[in-house]
Design a protein around this ligand. Structure first.
Ligand SMILES: Cc1cc2nc3c(=O)[nH]c(=O)nc-3n(C[C@H](O)[C@H](O)[C@H](O)COP(=O)(O)OP(=O)(O)OC[C@H]3O[C@@H](n4cnc5c(N)ncnc54)[C@H](O)[C@@H]3O)c2cc1C
Length: 555
């Protein structure tokens, strides 16, 4: 082949070097140091993804003698209101303790008290699984490990298309987000670990990137999987978090579990009844009793310092500047909470590529892990454990199956598309303005509460936006170009979310899928997954159902 792009080879290609991706890369090299492991990462793996630096807890660890994987499955099933496949969740919990010990061996700090006990919090309906972690260098530790093991990391590279050899996956096309150059990776297996759709609805602060989840995640993994023939589910689970107003940064569990008080707008105490993000959002929106506020002025200095240390180092260091700017001192002031933008995510929610307990998708050679995959509410534990599982399955598949061939036509098709997008340089609308409008419509029509009228309006707008992406959006440089590909994925996710939401003619996970025209839960008809696959064209979304998978495999 005579072409102007490089082709590299991989046994395992990982798309997205966040929590799941970096763990998959490490595991693949641990298993076989001689296999070629490549990561395409849109940002820079050292600080990219949800972790960015560190995190205050590993949310699901079944610590022996304290809790069990069985209890976790029971507990999470309650939280998922029954829409949860048991085997994947069992597998995650079963390996969570081993995972935590491994992290500890690598130097990740899990504090213990004077009796040598971990700090374990209850955040699930049943059982204590949430273990405090204090590790501001979590991501850099993992990234360094991957580099030391010889993983080839290609930063600033957005995976734009998967490649197929017949039914089987054969690699992916990456595009450098700064130069627009194409790189092709011919790969025996591919792991999708590019997070959820963080840039979905528009946050109330109006900033495109001022979102709760990592803003580089624009549903690319979902769309790549969908285009390649994999199954998606849970797109009607439209999450809205309830956290610090304007910065959309977390602090709830960090403060409440350390004795902070919570008040609603009527000065009623709310912290005693173990409020969840879901119940707080419900009260704020549906009972109009918000905004709620966190108050810590009764806490001893050492507790306030502990909270500050966690928030200002481990979670998001930018929080310190935010509170300083607002003139808020935790010793005297209050922290106002507010609903975030609506977003889609497998780790906090139920949206994702359908995988089995081996992280396999419906496409041979294609695996998914972390927020891209559907391991319901797996959080960071799910990303790490399924990062490992996907690497184990992919490595085995790569070893057992022969080489793949590249289909030049698939690559040329993308290059033509890129070039025609670059030719849109005289169009009128800046991509940022367009993204703002798309996401405002998502907030208007897909953010819960929902109804048929709103969802139809969402679909009408998304069809129109799909067309305007070509006829109106201006692409002046490579920056605009890759933003356009991101916005195309956001539009596709919105279409899929509106369709799944229309299909689930009931209310479940209220308020996250609250249908004002179907306010009741319908166990009879809707205790099942709504599955999406691609039809003839990108916008032809096929809808089917799948039963809930139990441990004994009975539906
Ligand atoms: C603010 C916040 C706090 C949290 N706190 C906790 C907690 O305390 N405990 C807990 O257990 N869980 C927590 N979670 C959840 C947990 O962090 C996530 O579930 C987990 O990190 C998801 O990992 P991931 O690899 O799927 O996604 P990410 O870590 O976000 O990684 C996705 C990566 O893919 C890259 N990418 C995206 N698109 C492409 C593309 N097209 N090509 C190449 N690369 C791409 C991104 O740049 C990113 O690096 C928190 C999440 C958030 C957002």
């Amino acid at each position: 082949m005579n072409k102007d792009y490089p082709i590299i080879n991989a046994d395992v290609l990982i798309l997205g070097g966040g929590s799941a991706g970096v763990m998959a890369a490490i595991r693949a090299k641990e298993l076989n140091p001689n296999q070629k492991v490549v990561v395409f990462e849109k940002g820079d793996m050292k600080y990219s993804g949800c972790i960015a630096r560190g995190m205050d807890a590993l949310n699901i660890v079944a610590i022996p003698e304290i809790s069990t994987p069985e209890l976790y499955v029971e507990s999470n099933s309650i939280a998922c209101e029954g829409i949860m496949d048991e085997p994947v969740n069992y597998r995650m919990a079963e390996r969570s303790w081993e995972m935590m010990k491994k992290l500890e061996d690598w130097g990740v700090f899990f504090p213990k008290d004077e009796n040598d006990q971990y700090d374990i919090l209850q955040v699930h309906p049943k059982g204590k699984f949430c273990v405090t972690m204090k590790e501001p260098e979590l991501k850099t530790i993992l990234a360094k490990k991957a580099v030391d093991l010889g993983v080839k990391i290609i930063n600033r590279t957005m995976a734009v298309r998967l490649l197929k050899d017949g039914d089987r996956i054969s690699g992916a096309i990456g595009m450098n987000v700064r130069s627009g150059e194409i790189i092709v990776c011919k790969a025996k297996t591919v792991i999708l670990s590019s997070g959820g759709t963080a840039r979905f609805g528009l946050p109330d602060n109006g900033h495109l990137y001022g979102v709760y989840d990592y803003p580089g995640n624009t549903g690319d993994g979902y769309c790549l999987a969908y285009r390649a023939g994999a199954e998606l589910s849970g797109f009607e689970y439209t999450l809205v978090y309830y956290i610090v107003k304007d910065i959309n940064a977390p602090l709830l569990y960090i403060t409440l579990t350390r004795g902070a008080k919570l008040f609603n707008a009527f000065n009623e105490r709310k912290d005693q009844a173990h409020p969840s993000i879901r119940s707080m959002f419900k009260e704020h929106v549906m009972e109009d009793s918000g905004p709620m506020r966190i108050n810590m002025n009764h806490l001893p200095e050492e507790k306030v310092k502990e909270i500050e240390e966690l928030l200002f180092t481990t979670e998001r260091p930018a929080c310190e500047r935010f509170y300083e700017g607002r003139g808020i001192d935790f010793r005297t002031g209050e922290i106002e909470l507010w609903p975030t933008e609506v977003f889609l995510c497998g780790g906090h929610g139920l949206t994702g590529v359908r995988v089995n307990e081996n992280a396999e998708t419906a496409v041979p050679g294609l695996y998914a892990a972390g927020d891209t995959s559907l391991v319901a509410r797996g959080h960071l534990s799910g990303a790490f454990v399924f990062g490992e599982i996907s690497a184990e399955s992919a490595s085995e598949f790569a070893a057992k199956n022969g080489d793949v061939s590249l289909d030049e036509e698939q690559i040329n098709a993308f290059i033509s598309e890129r070039d025609s997008r670059l030719a849109q340089n005289t169009n009128e609308i800046a991509i940022e303005e367009f993204e703002y409008k798309v996401r405002r419509r998502i907030s208007d029509y897909i953010k819960p509460p929902k109804n048929e009228y709103k969802l139809d309006r969402a679909l009408w707008w998304m069809d129109r936006f799909r067309e305007e992406l070509s006829t109106m959006v201006r692409v002046q440089d490579v920056h605009d170009l890759f933003k356009l590909f991101e916005v195309e994925n956001i539009i596709q996710c919105a279409t899929m979310s509106a369709l799944a939401s229309k299909e689930r003619k009931e209310s479940r996970w209220t308020p996250w899928h609250y249908r004002s025209d179907y306010p009741e839960t319908n166990e009879q008809e809707f205790k099942k997954h709504i599955v999406l696959t691609q039809g003839e064209r990108l916008e032809d979304v096929k809808i089917s159902y799948a039963p809930i998978i139990r441990m004994d495999k009975e539906a």
